[in-house]
Design a protein around this ligand. Structure first.
Ligand SMILES: [Zn+2]
Length: 206
């Protein structure tokens, strides 16, 4: 997965154009309709071509980086995108900001960069990850041009351990502050997230 509030995982990006204001925040939008394809140059010059379905798009958000936005209306319960990637074993590879925790030892890794890597964290998200069906699902109605977000604390047990923790700046009233992983939440906070939790984290609270 998954970029928190930090610059995109790139050495260089091939875009940059006028910026626009949306919902009181400043965005860079390289193409009028967002962009459906980008090229990232990273990891010793390796090139990743990122294509996204017409239903979503990338928008460059100032101070935050490249983020995934809705390019159509999604209704609560709609599938937004499939989760790709391959399973890795943490005994062999360390988790990174682009991995999603599946079990104590297994993570879904998408290091070749896929659109869902750019779904940012929010403590009040509009989407959740269904790790059984491997889908990103809308948990509220999402309008066109709205950012798609999910709460990393609903899949990740211990981000501190892997150095993927970060300070959240989502600005919501119920912000969790520093995002360290589900393990570090109070019992009350854990229970509040119950409807959104991955099977692994559900097991941890039962
Ligand atoms: Zn927050």
């Amino acid at each position: 997965m998954l970029l928190a509030y930090q610059p995109p995982p790139t050495g260089r990006q091939v875009w940059m154009e006028p910026y626009f204001n949306f919902g009181g925040r400043n965005f860079f939008n390289p193409f009028p309709d967002g962009f459906s394809k980008i090229m990232l140059i990273k990891d010793h010059g390796r090139i990743f071509d990122l294509k996204v379905p017409k239903t979503i798009k990338f928008v460059y958000v100032c101070g935050k980086g490249l983020s995934l936005f809705a390019n159509k209306r999604f209704k609560e319960g709609d599938k937004i995108i499939y989760l790709k990637g391959k399973l890795i074993d943490i005994n062999k590879v360390n988790p990174s900001p682009e991995t999603i925790q599946i079990s104590d030892n297994k993570f879904l890794d998408s290091r070749d960069y896929v659109p869902e890597d750019f779904i940012s964290h929010s403590c009040v998200p509009n989407a959740k990850f269904d790790l059984v069906k491997r889908q990103v699902i809308a948990i509220k109605n999402i309008s066109k041009n709205e950012e798609i977000t999910f709460n990393y604390l609903t899949t990740e047990w211990d981000m501190k351990k892997w150095g993927t923790d970060f300070k959240c700046i989502c600005g919501s009233k119920n912000c969790f502050g520093h995002i360290n992983g589900f393990k570090y939440l109070s019992r009350a906070e854990k229970l509040k997230l119950k409807p959104l939790l991955s099977p692994l984290l559900l097991k941890k609270i039962s």
